[in-house]
Design a protein around this ligand. Structure first.
Ligand SMILES: Nc1ncnc2c1ncn2[C@@H]1O[C@H](COP(=O)(O)OP(=O)(O)OP(=O)(O)O)[C@@H](O)[C@H]1O
Length: 761
């Protein structure tokens, strides 16, 4: 047995050496390319603006390519090279631009049969990595994971192997290959490579990845993307890609890899920017590192739904009853009224007096009101109606001046009118009046005006009931914006409009002549990230919008996101069973409006890569209560560790602390303690002194996150906190990658084993 193991080890070592050789070769080539790139960049920077447009464009293209390499190569990739496929001879002999054969299906005579069975020769070996590298004679040393030639690495299965015989995952760190894991796609076949048998090493690359301890940042899954996920990542971009799947099926991971894929496919098109909308700042922070690890950064803005409006950062959560009002389409009517009503706040003058053509002219309150009513007739943005208001005021004053009938000659009449307008509109009293009577409104001002309950009551008449008005006004008197206020502000911005102002010209930098250079030169003053942030701040629309946890967007949030993607293509990922929004039909309507009429392609992800089956089974009990008939995704791992149930008799803090400490001792990575929203701050104090591997979070903040172990505190409290509470509890129960502890209080009615009522079979 020992001899057998040693033999396996030596095959393994030999195979590691084979891959090490290849990696060394790749790095040698990369160094050459880095030198080339540096030289090109340097040269281009020196020669700046010199040259004909044609020559500049040519150099531009060179710099662009060199810049991509330099920038990406300089990033420290943990595993630059991570995969390899050994392929049979293809149906035809055509090669793609990356130097690999394009045929997906094997040639008819690729597999032969003799008395010992089937046998074949490996005709092509491809290495897959984060970016493509060609040898000096244009042979592919590494294929970019997003290239068509890399697709079989992800798609091939023993049922449908295509040309792939052996699929290998290579684990490396820096320049060292640490291990290899193989999957045989055609186990029935005896395959030969360079005259020798094709060796196969171990299995379980995916399982090894899934079992790793979690940190506070998400890892990319580029080396182990599964076939059903790959279909989503590479789906054609022209349509709306809709992805549904239960907790842990990789929706977030797939969405981020799709952003990288789209950039690879059509960098020019997506230079217009890709927006990833995430539910919480915590999830943004958790996922931020994934794209840089895939070699992408500058073109993708990942923003929380509460930070989509520049200068407005949500810092609070509304209670569910208020959130329901602020998120619903009923708000639209209220806001339209408020935007118009806000014109009359403050010191609205009741009379306009001017002197023109030597006469005193006046407009009384009634006339002013009529004019205002007239101007506000349509749905045009209120701030943009100011010129029209000004015009109607001048019309009314002119009518009073008696000058209207003075000339029959149209030319003279027009001249007279124009000099009247010039006279009046340059008069201070007219200018001051207009500023006070039709002030330029801003969303924050209108929102603040809505905090007055009586006023809000007027604006919300027949739309909200008195209780809703009271709660809404009270929530607006609080310091700080809530997540839902941000969508309200954005809507107000659209209703009010921004008057056009002349834009300041940016000073031209000589290097700006070189399209694409700026974003690719890390040594320039602005870092990639700063640039991404600046672009995101300047940009109001995107070329592609990815919505993560789409089931949670309220109708008002869909409108806000929709405004950023009016001409965009879309990828929408979500899970109805995890929705914290209580009116899915209304949200679906707003979502359909946002997505427009593009054709839809629907995908479903069915495998849960996060939770061990023990945790998934417990969570499925809540799924049955929350969404009867809905099928939970299949968990691929089992740890043998059943969820633990603890009961807090009288001291919740002590029990939670003890259980957290216990889990910290058992796992290497993080422990998340999930509580009902109104216990958030208290729970953070409970964990004082336990170190930064343990974090407390409110149920809504747990969205999308994962921990090695979680403590879910009082399922009943979480389930009771909103009409969508059971679904929120389902989210809380599906965060653990290894262990789950449920702590019950009295309200949970635990049985003798400590199992709370909601989680019993
Ligand atoms: N193919 C894969 N290889 C390795 N890890 C994977 C793979 N697919 C998903 N994972 C891992 O599974 C976990 C869950 O993925 P992710 O967070 O994207 O799921 P999700 O569907 O968005 O979940 P939720 O709906 O609960 O937010 C992550 O740790 C992710 O890295």
């Amino acid at each position: 047995m020992a001899a057998q193991e040693a033999a396996v080890d030596s095959v393994r070592d030999r195979e590691i050496l084979v891959e090490q050789d290849h990696l060394d070769q790749v790095y040698r080539r990369l160094e050459e390319k880095i030198h080339e790139a540096e030289f090109l960049m340097d040269d281009a920077a020196k020669r700046g603006q010199v040259g004909t447009p044609g020559a500049l464009a040519e150099r531009d293209a060179q710099v662009f390519r060199a810049g991509i390499h330099l920038n990406r190569l300089n990033s420290e990739f943990e595993d630059f090279l991570f995969g390899r496929i050994d392929l049979l001879l293809g149906k035809d002999g055509k090669k793609g631009p990356d130097g690999a054969y394009t045929s997906v299906e094997p040639a008819e005579d690729a597999v032969r049969t003799d008395e010992t069975g089937q046998y074949a020769d490996i005709a092509e070996t491809l290495h897959i990595g984060r970016i493509g590298v060609l040898d000096s004679d244009y042979a592919p040393l590494v294929i970019d994971w997003r290239a068509p030639a890399a697709a079989p690495f992800y798609r091939s299965t023993p049922v449908d192997p295509g040309r792939v015989v052996r699929r290998r995952v290579i684990r490396s760190k820096g320049r060292r290959v640490l291990g290899v894991e193989d999957d045989l796609m055609r186990p029935e076949l005896t395959a030969r490579l360079g005259g020798a048998m094709l060796p196969v090493i171990g299995d379980g690359a995916l399982m090894a990845a899934l079992g790793q301890a979690r940190t506070h940042t998400m890892r990319d899954i580029v080396s182990s993307i599964q076939a059903e996920q790959d279909l989503v990542i590479r789906a054609p971009a022209a349509s709306v890609t809709e992805v549904s799947g239960g907790p842990g099926t990789g929706k977030t991971a797939v969405a981020l890899h799709r952003a990288a894929y789209l950039l690879y496919q059509d960098r020019r098109r997506y230079a217009g920017g890709i927006l990833v909308v995430s539910p919480t700042p915590l999830l943004v922070a958790y996922t931020e590192g994934v794209l840089p690890s895939l070699g992408e950064e500058g073109q993708v803005a990942i923003r929380a739904v509460g930070s989509l409006v520049d200068g407005a950062e949500a810092t609070t959560y509304d209670d569910p009853a208020v959130a329901r009002v602020k998120g619903s389409l009923r708000m639209l009517k209220v806001l339209r009224k408020a935007a118009r009503g806000a014109l009359e706040l403050g010191d609205t003058p009741a009379r306009l007096r001017v002197v023109a053509f030597g006469r005193r002219l006046e407009l009384e309150n009634d006339e002013l009101r009529r004019i205002r009513h007239n101007v506000l007739g349509g749905t045009a943005p209120v701030n943009l109606l100011r010129p029209r208001a000004r015009r109607l005021l001048l019309d009314a004053l002119y009518a009073k001046s008696g000058a209207a009938g003075r000339h029959t000659d149209p030319e003279l009449a027009a001249e007279l009118r124009s000099s009247f307008d010039d006279d009046v509109s340059s008069e201070d009293s007219f200018i001051d009046f207009l500023d006070a009577w039709w002030p330029e409104l801003n969303p924050r001002g209108v929102l603040a005006a809505m905090a007055d309950e009586r006023r809000l009551g007027r604006w919300a008449r027949r739309v909200l009931n008195p209780g809703e008005v009271r709660r809404l006004a009270r929530s607006l008197r609080r310091d700080g914006l809530s997540v839902h206020d941000v969508a309200v502000l954005d809507e107000l911005q659209a209703i009010l409009g921004v008057p056009v102002r002349p834009r300041k010209k940016r000073e031209a930098h000589p290097l700006d002549q070189l399209t694409g250079l700026e974003e690719l030169m890390p040594q320039r003053e602005e870092s990639q990230r700063e640039r991404a942030e600046r672009l995101a701040a300047e940009r109001t629309e995107y070329a592609h919008v990815i919505v993560d946890e789409a089931q949670d967007l309220t109708p008002m949030q869909w409108r806000m996101v929709g405004r950023r993607g009016r001409h965009a293509t879309w990828t929408i990922v979500g899970d109805p069973a995890q929705s914290s929004w209580s009116d899915p039909d209304e949200a679906a309507e707003a979502r359909d409006d946002a997505l427009g009429t593009r054709p839809r392609r629907r995908f479903e992800l069915t495998v849960n890569y996060r939770n061990p089956s023990e945790v998934a089974e417990l969570a499925a009990r809540v799924l049955t209560l929350a969404m009867p008939g809905m099928v939970a995704p299949r968990a691929v791992r089992s740890t043998g560790l059943r969820p633990r149930f603890a009961v807090a008799r009288d001291d919740l803090e002590r029990t939670v602390r003890q259980e957290t400490q216990r889990l910290l001792d058992e796992v290497d990575g993080t422990v998340g303690v999930v509580v009902a929203m109104d216990r958030r701050e208290e729970a953070a104090r409970w964990l004082d002194g336990l170190g930064d591997r343990a974090v407390a979070l409110g149920s809504l903040e747990a969205k999308g996150l994962e921990y090695d172990a979680t403590v879910v505190v009082s399922p009943a409290e979480i389930a009771d906190e909103s009409p969508a509470g059971l679904r929120v509890l389902y989210v809380a129960l599906t965060r653990a990658t290894q262990q789950l502890t449920v702590v019950s209080g009295r309200r949970d009615e635990p049985d003798a084993d400590g199992v709370p009522d909601l989680l019993r079979d």
